[in-house]
Design a protein around this ligand. Structure first.
Ligand code: AMP
Ligand code: ZN
Length: 494
């Protein structure tokens, strides 16, 4: 018997706006698709938050005994600057600005994405397909939609006919928009659009001669529209209908709405049973975003190298910090909140370290099974990690009381306590037992590096370039990169 058979998991379904009992299509198996990053710049902590929410969901489903096929794609083509199918391809633009190949852009930021996620102890997805690896599948879907009369070609581009689709289906079902409002509210940039109607979206875009990322198609050389890749890859690896589709709240419209329309146009039915959306991480009350520069990079937090931080923080502390908010709540980043999370994380780890040395009594002064049920109830209630964490702290209180001989535990209960704490802290929340203290290791490291930076500055002032270069090169060999700027020298850890 697997755990999922005795637990009633409820998931908030964005499609219905309700928490629903989760029932997978095939008993014991779950298919989950999450929209991955567009790899044209470094991932910021907001992106990490969304992927971490789904990492915990993946972990909990596995913990319950499901066999999960988790597909998270890499968007390496087709995502234009603007959601209305206008502007340059984000990756092509970066390549042009940096005068490198688009695939060099893709490689650099894919490696960064993987490195950061690994530092945060993410589990790798089961499949990580790329948009450029599935051009043929995308062309096949477009042909199908054109054949069904729900898309039209103009000038080498193909657009999805939203009004036609809406005659028989419901465009806007996920985001709660109705077609009349969409018609009234869609901005038309005069003379710029070749679409029949402004709310139509691109399935295929003709590549202008200077566009490097291009593929042959029945409509000429071009590239796929952004929404299409997810339909192609989710259908290919999870089938026409699968259990869970996730992403950040900002993808609900138009991206996920368009995915539903494309899949319904092809297959005649809704592709996904449970749509899940993670809420935004904010900084100074505003959404963290690549485009506005209002963001913080994980590397800056690990090194403490950002003016809003008082010190460096370990990845597990940041992970714990993020999971202290429910994935559907907006969450604001701050140094003070991180400091508080670090205290909490250390307290939790200290209690774990005490578990093995606790005195065993004949009876227990607290109901361990009721506590364990509460932990499951929290996660079963739409993956409520903050409530789970509050139950873990309930256990911390008892552990500390037992240690101080103010409470008791018997040996069977101690085993249940240990295994449950380990399961939720390490397997489900994905935390790692890094020992951090207030005057922690990374702070000491920062101080030592600052000392070396000062010695190097002195050496340079004395024109002793051999010593200054030696300090820079040897630090680099150890993974510490110095950067000289107007405001002095800063460092980053690789
Ligand atoms: P992108 O690479 O821009 O396509 O974004 C990758 C993922 O990060 C998407 O699921 C976005 O919804 C999500 N995301 C972007 N900004 C934030 C934010 N500030 N907080 C949480 N998730 C975000
Ligand atoms: Zn997607």
């Amino acid at each position: 018997m697997q755990l999922y058979q005795s637990q009633e998991l409820k998931i908030y379904n964005s499609l219905t706006g309700k928490k629903e009992i989760f029932k997978s299509i095939n008993e014991g198996y779950v298919g989950m698709y999450v929209c991955g990053p567009t790899v044209y710049s470094y991932v910021h902590l907001g992106n990490v938050r969304t992927f971490m929410s789904f990492d915990v969901i993946f972990r909990y489903l596995k913990h319950l005994g499901y066999k999960v096929r988790y597909v998270r794609n890499i968007t390496d083509a087709g995502h234009l600057e603007n959601d209305a199918d206008e502007g340059e391809d984000r990756i092509a633009k970066k390549a042009r600005l940096e005068q490198i190949e688009p695939m060099e852009v893709v490689q650099r930021y894919t490696v960064d994405f993987h490195t950061i996620l690994q530092k945060f102890n993410f589990l790798p997805p089961s499949i990580e397909p790329t948009a450029t690896g599935h051009i043929i599948e995308q062309i096949e879907i477009i042909k199908d939609i054109v054949d069904k009369g729900l898309a039209y070609e103009i000038n080498g581009s193909v657009y999805f006919d939203v009004l036609k689709f809406n005659e028989t289906n419901n465009y806007g079902i996920l985001s709660g928009r109705n077609i009349e409002d969409l018609i009234h509210n869609t901005r038309v940039l005069s003379g710029q659009s070749e679409k029949k109607n402004p709310q139509d979206f691109a399935l295929w875009k003709k590549a202008e001669p200077q566009h490097i990322m291009r593929w042959p198609s029945p409509w000429g050389d071009g590239f796929p529209g952004w929404h299409l890749e997810c339909t192609a890859m989710s259908t290919k690896y999870l089938g026409e209908q699968f259990d869970i589709h996730g992403g950040g709240m900002d993808l609900k419209f138009p991206h996920h709405e368009c995915e539903i329309a494309q899949a319904e146009a092809c297959n005649g039915h809704s592709p996904v049973n449970y749509w899940m959306h993670a809420n935004m991480l904010t900084l100074n009350g505003k959404k963290m975003a690549k485009s506005t520069g209002n963001n913080i990079l994980p590397g800056e937090i690990f090194s403490g190298n950002n003016a809003i931080l008082s010190k460096a923080f370990a990845p597990s502390v940041v992970r714990f910090f993020i999971l202290q908010a429910h994935y559907r709540s907006i969450f604001d980043f701050s140094n003070d909140a991180l400091l508080a999370s670090e205290k909490g994380f250390n307290k939790l780890m200290d209690a774990l370290h005490c578990l093995d040395g606790l005195n065993i009594s004949d009876s227990s002064s607290f109901d361990i099974n009721a506590w364990k049920d509460n932990c499951y109830a929290a996660m079963n209630d739409d993956f409520n990690t903050p409530i789970l964490i509050s139950h873990l702290f309930e256990a911390v209180k008892h552990i500390n009381q037992i240690k101080d001989n103010k409470a008791t535990i018997n040996s069977d209960d101690l085993e249940v306590l240990k295994s449950t704490m380990h399961a939720f802290i390490f397997d489900v929340l994905g935390l790692v037992d890094t020992v951090t203290t207030d005057n922690n290791d990374s702070n000491t490291l920062s101080n030592v590096i600052e000392l070396l930076i000062n010695l190097r500055a002195e050496a340079r002032a004395n024109k002793d370039f051999a010593t200054s270069d030696k300090i820079r090169d040897e630090l680099l060999a150890m993974g510490v990169q110095l950067k000289d700027g107007k405001e002095g020298t800063t460092f980053s850890l690789s």
